[in-house]
Design a protein around this ligand. Sequence first.
Ligand code: 13P
Ligand code: SF4
Length: 337
Amino acid sequence: MTTAPAIAVQNLDRNGFLDLEVDPQLDLIAEINRLKKEKNAVILAHYYQESEIQDIADYIGDSLGLSQKAANTDADIIVFAGVHFMAETAKILSPHKKVLLPDLKAGCSLADSCPPHLFRKFKEKYPDHVVVSYINCTAELKTLTDICCTSTNAVQIIESIPKDQPIIFAPDKNLGAYLVKKTGRDMVIWNGACMVHEIFSHERIVKLRLRHPNAKFIAHPECEAHILDMADYIGSTTGLLKYTINDPATEFIVATESGILHQMQKSSPNKTFIPAPPDNHCACNDCPHMKRNTLEKLYLCMEYELPEIILPDWVIEQGRASIDRMLEVSAKAGLMG
Ligand code: 13P
Ligand code: SF4
């Protein structure tokens, strides 16, 4: 095994990634493929990653599919091209494997919006409630959770809980409100949100639809209710992708992170995909956390096997139960991410 020089480890502490020079002549794709074989590593990538990372990944998927893969891989090393909470989930599910994240600072505004010490106090006010947490939360929050969910299985998870059992839902208020509407369950909802999905402009989407009257408008349930109310289809990233493949429409306005457009365009080369406009002309629909990962950082992290996700044993033990319960319900419902 190779190890990083001491100076690089200092850079890692400061920057969250190995800040080493990469020879610009290096064929990064060939190098990453070589390292994958040599180290028996698997690259799991979320749909919001840069297209070049998606193209080199062994598996591309949504949060449910990525956790199913992380639980079942034979690889010795899991390289997670995604954000911190996703790599933590992979570590919880495969504690004896090495889990690498190209940039440790690839965080998540939604996960950050629910600090575990504040949530613990909040939860104390509702001692008879079951806690359902969206998987987009920290590993420590998962230790305070009874059952996790993703946007693919959230409805099934809520419906698997007896009707007379009160529920706290964390951390996404928009997904929570959508689930209340969909399932008719009255839940106590934590006030968190994703910065990317809260940026869409109602007014600009209405104008865009007038210019593209045949386009279908599709949205992720992390969007606000006034955006979801306009949607022809609401679903997880996998759900949105499948919808664009199966629906006869040839134009789609897509309200989620722009990385998913790469797979949509690849799957349906003759269809047109338009990112839904944000409410600020300077902003785009890119998740700044997801986009911290680059091909260079991916190569360096595979070469030096750093940065690695390390979790305390108690977090792995207590966090695991909530993810296992989710995977059981999804398996029973036949759900694949
Ligand atoms: P899914 O891919 O599970 O729909 O999650 C979206 C998301 O925001 C991930 O960060
Ligand atoms: Fe978090 Fe939103 Fe980025 Fe997903 S898109 S990682 S929920 S900030």
